[in-house]
Design a protein around this ligand. Structure first.
Ligand code: ADP
Ligand code: MG
Length: 228
């Protein structure tokens, strides 16, 4: 279970201080998909990065499985990111001139999975995102949407318990978007993953169990999605 309690996050530069999150509390349980909506600049990506332990909160607590992420040392934080979290970043970076299957294997290899096994698992995930046919292509030979799907396979390989997806369908056509959202919802339901999905897409949000609307770093509303 991921829990945020009264989380505040500022970004500071020499000239100004931006309050990206102004006291956000929420939780996402295993088996649940929570959609996060809100205008650009409302703090969605910041919230995801805090949950991924890629940023630290200024105030409040972010905890996962009862553990306060602020108390993790660097090694524990790295282990958490690698072992528990599947982060699909808003602008995911793939390794240049390296095939899709090798890109999709990277987290598995870092986690100590043997090469052949990592390749096989990565291929299976590429297949699930409709990319098996392009497994040997490099990012340079893929479209933006295809690169996005490789990044999704990379994030999901290894079956993370916590899936943090930052507008994962932004570059995809409606057919592919539906496929990815169905995949994420399925991981929540069938594998008891906790899924936090940032999306602008009303259809994607409707697939979630709950929808939170963020505005100016605060939760403006919470609704249970309509049963479909
Ligand atoms: P969203 O994902 O909803 O568009 P963000 O979390 O990216 O929102 O940003 C929230 C606010 O924090 C915005 O005002 C944004 O400009 C600011 N911000 C985000 N990242 C940084 C950063 N690294 N440095 C300074 N300001 C940032
Ligand atoms: Mg964002």
């Amino acid at each position: 279970m991921l829990t945020l309690e009264r989380v505040v996050k500022h970004y500071r530069s020499a000239s100004e201080e931006i309050r990206a999150l102004a006291g956000v509390s929420l939780s996402v349980a295993p088996g649940e998909m929570l959609a996060l909506q809100g205008p650009s600049g409302s703090g969605k990506t910041t919230l995801l990065l805090l949950a991924a332990c890629a940023l630290r909160a200024d105030e409040g607590t972010v905890s996962y499985g009862g553990r306060d992420l602020a108390r993790l040392n660097e090694r524990e934080a790295a282990q958490y990111r690698l072992g528990e979290v599947g982060l699909i970043a808003q602008n995911p970076h793939l390794m240049a001139r390296v095939s899709a299957v090798e890109n999709a294997s990277t987290k598995l290899l870092l986690g100590g999975v043997a090469l052949q096994q990592a390749r096989a698992q990565a291929l299976a995930w590429l297949e699930r995102v409709g990319m098996a046919g392009q497994a040997n292509r490099t990012p340079e030979e893929l479209s933006g949407g295809e690169r996005q799907r490789v990044a999704i396979a990379r994030a999901l390989a290894g079956e993370p318990r916590l899936i943090l997806a930052d507008e994962p369908t932004a570059n995809l056509d409606s057919h592919r978007s539906r496929e990815i959202v169905t995949l994420l919802a399925g991981l929540a339901r069938e594998q008891s993953a906790a899924v936090l999905l940032v999306t602008h897409d009303a259809e994607a949000a409707a697939a979630a169990d709950r929808v939170l609307e963020l505005r100016d770093g605060q939760i403006e509303s919470e609704t249970a999605a309509q049963p479909s």
